[in-house]
Design a protein around this ligand. Structure first.
Ligand SMILES: Nc1ncnc2c1ncn2[C@@H]1O[C@H](COP(=O)(O)OP(=O)(O)O)[C@@H](O)[C@H]1O
Ligand SMILES: [Mg+2]
Length: 268
């Protein structure tokens, strides 16, 4: 039974979603993108958005800040006016299935979801959210997780004026100190959150208020995952290579960093 007050609230939300979609559609020119819109705002997604709005986690959606292959990220505000980032996972593509399977296999949290694309994408969003919570609770610098429902996660918006903070790739004043800051976060993630990010690169780390902030945790795995060590090695190599490519002198070997991250060495 929907009471009068509730009905009013629903109408208000309806208007907001309508308005958002209208504004959003105006920005869409080619048909490729139009397809994506239909995909993102399918009925289920709208209902989920609706639910999150009703709970006050989202009050308004602003523009899209990133349109990736599998997820789109929007800026918005919660019911108190605080900026939030809203990550909406797209309908599952076969590519997603292929590329993501190796991260999910071997994780007991994801048994028996392989046959349902919808379940799988929900599990994927849920995995990103849970990883974020784990990392956040361990004190790792990550966007504060706020809410998760089905294929949508809401988190703290990192940046000013609804403009995402620069990633390491965009950050102009890289230094050896920043490399050490990043390695410290990887260590904390490994030792306290017992996670390996598994997709660390200059694209998935913000540099904001003099801190590196790790994000995009969908593919992170627990340190007991059979592939954890090889993902960790890849993560570390990515970071070392990136800093070297920016002509930052790095007097560290992969082994030095591995020992540091795993804890048999106190400093790098
Ligand atoms: N918490 C956030 N605050 C601000 N911007 C964000 C946030 N999370 C993601 N973004 C923006 O969205 C982009 C893609 O986010 P990411 O989680 O890496 O998605 P994908 O899985 O598509 O790579 C980021 O580079 C950034 O511009
Ligand atoms: Mg990313």
């Amino acid at each position: 039974m929907i009471g009068g007050q509730e009905e009013k609230a629903f109408k208000k939300l309806d208007k907001k979603i309508d308005q958002f979609i209208r504004e959003y559609r105006m920005r869409i020119k080619d048909s490729d993108e139009r397809e994506i819109v239909e995909e993102v705002f399918d009925r289920n997604t709208l209902m989920t958005l609706y639910h999150l709005m009703n709970e006050g986690y989202i009050d308004e959606l602003y523009g899209v800040v990133s349109a990736g292959k599998e997820a789109r990220v929007y800026s918005g505000v919660d019911s108190s006016g605080n900026p939030v980032a809203i990550k909406i996972f797209l309908t599952l593509t076969s590519e997603f299935r292929k590329s993501r399977m190796k991260y999910i296999m071997g994780d007991p949290r994801f048994e028996g979801i392989y046959n349902s694309p919808l379940k799988m994408i929900h599990a994927w969003a849920s995995k990103e959210y849970k990883n974020l919570v784990k990392a956040y609770n361990a004190g790792v610098y990550v966007p504060r997780p706020i809410a998760h429902a089905k294929n949508i996660i809401v988190m703290e918006f990192i940046g000013d004026g609804f403009e995402p903070a620069p990633t390491l790739r965009e950050y102009k004043n890289l230094s050896e100190r920043i490399l050490y800051q990043v390695l410290r976060q990887i260590r904390l993630l490994y030792q306290k959150a017992e996670l390996v990010h598994a997709d660390i690169s200059e694209y998935n780390i913000f540099y904001y208020k003099r801190k590196p902030i790790l994000f995009d945790f969908g593919q992170a795995v627990v340190t007991t995952h059979p592939m954890a060590e090889s993902f960790l090695i890849r993560d570390i190599n990515n970071i070392l290579n990136f800093f070297r490519s920016r002509h930052i002198e790095v007097n560290l070997t992969l082994d030095d960093v591995l020992e540091y991250v795993r804890g048999s060495r106190d400093a790098v």
